[in-house]
Ligand binder design. Sequence first.
Ligand code: GDP
Ligand code: MG
Length: 598
Amino acid sequence: DRQKFIRNFSIIAHIDHGKSTLADRILEMTSSVEKRKMKEQLLDSMDLERERGITIKLNAVQLTYKAKDNQEYILHLIDTPGHVDFTYEVSRSLAACEGAVLVVDAAQGIQAQTLANVYLALDNNLEIIPVLNKIDLPSAEPEKVRREIEEVIGIDASNAVKASGKSGLGVDEILERIIKDVKAPDGDENAPLQALIFDSFFDAYRGVVPTIRVINGSIKKGDMIEFMATKAKFEVVEVGVYTPTQKVVDVLGPGDVGYLTAAIKTLNEVRVGDTITHATKRAEKPLPGYRTLNPVVFCGLYPIDPDQYQDLKDALEKLKLNDASLIYEPETSQALGFGFRTGFLGLLHMDIIQERISREFNIELIATAPSVVYHVYMTNGEKILVDNPTFLPDIQKIDYINEPVVKATIMCPKDYVGSVMDICQKKRGIFIDMKYMDQTRVLLTYRLPLAEIVYDFFDKLKSSTKGYASFDYVLDGYMASDLRKMDILLNGEVVDALSVIVHKEFAYQRGKAIVEKLKTLIPRQMFEIPVQAALGGKIIARETIKAMRKDVLAKCYGGDISRKKKLLEKQKEGKKRMKTFGRVDIPQSAFMAILSNS
Ligand code: GDP
Ligand code: MG
């Protein structure tokens, strides 16, 4: 029967280890894509993904492969996003597979996300096929990396495939190994339907299109289905597979991976990880592992041009249709006017959304410094969630504050262990473990407040290890901390959008760094402006922006006309990314300054 000849697999790797390149070679070898349609890294379809070389959304492609045993197999290549912000999506897409191709750059060896991803694959009981990639590089050390895989991950790598995504070497061997080592999907065609949603996107004409893996039962056009977590019911309009373009099929059965359409209007009803069953013949239980995703990082987004408020609202609405994890609600700031408090899965997610708003919707934004979600326990027994520092209640009314914590794994050459530990310590980290991967590389594990990671952890780590450290984290509960709201005052007035929540012990140092930075970033005005940091109403740091000297202006006049024009242009440019508060112009860079103390 057909099921015996299906293989579902994923490719997992640390960023830049060659996952997308290898996927391209596999697509070519299985002649799924005509040569002329073959663009590089076909799976990374969004412009931004291609530019940044990262995979944001998942994809599932059906391939047909005639193996050496002369039998034709159906392979589903399920792509996963490689970044920490999308761990849950990675885990769900791995749950749709029986095997994973583990790609490790033979010159770089195992990195933090190699480990994170391989653990997710092992959690999902996947067969792992190790591949030593980029062996065409002169610096490749496949034997060393093979040992590393065995010692650090603890899986047999004696027959790891040596490959080069660049030249195509070893790709046929990878395909043969998938056929031989990855088991065919089990699952009962006659059981009630259980299909896992592991991705979805929005199509303007057909509504939400979930990508699904059928585990038990089968699904076809006309079926009444139910989403078990959200209880939403729909009639199936179409089922199909990605080849990689959509191709309609009659039915999807156990082991099949494809999509369905059902005139679903809002993404909220379709959640990654949810189980689809038949409304009339319901499965007893949903598939395991579903959870709702809560955003962990929030910031305020404001249009620089107040007339673009409605455009920004439309843009967020459109983006949300493609990205259910994005949340937002209206917010007003005295300094910035009307905008939106927006929640993200992590910093990269935040970055991507901001960039898409300015790029795809042509809206210039001012973004406030990101904040985590604090659990504030009040003396009156109430508990409130605070994702905007402005709204932290008066300290007298607070019993204690819990902040989110992550478990971070950092991998670095042993020469940098000292400086990495130093950074973690300064970031209020709690040491958990240190392990030598081989003679030269070390794996450190720390518990760290998420707020410190959001702040400037990544930059610090990169600069102090010359980029040699790799880093990954998972959320790991909450801890009570001595946190305070710090306000920034310009010209004696609190700028609400610049308020931050800081640990009490770091307040002075952070406050000083911020006002010093603001002094250099806020343009001089005709009058003197004090810049102050205040903790609970008490000023803890102060700088002064001196008034503009008159002759600076005088110089602009009388000069040759083109120079004058240039100056005016430059002024206009500068104005564009500024907001006027009181009588003071605040550029976007001032808001970013809150994020770095260097
Ligand atoms: P991903 O982030 O894992 O998807 O990695 P990519 O497939 O985007 O590859 C990252 C970089 O490594 C790109 O510049 C590729 O051209 C390069 N690359 C990928 N595979 C190989 C290989 O086998 N040999 C060499 N020399 N370079 C490769
Ligand atoms: Mg990629």
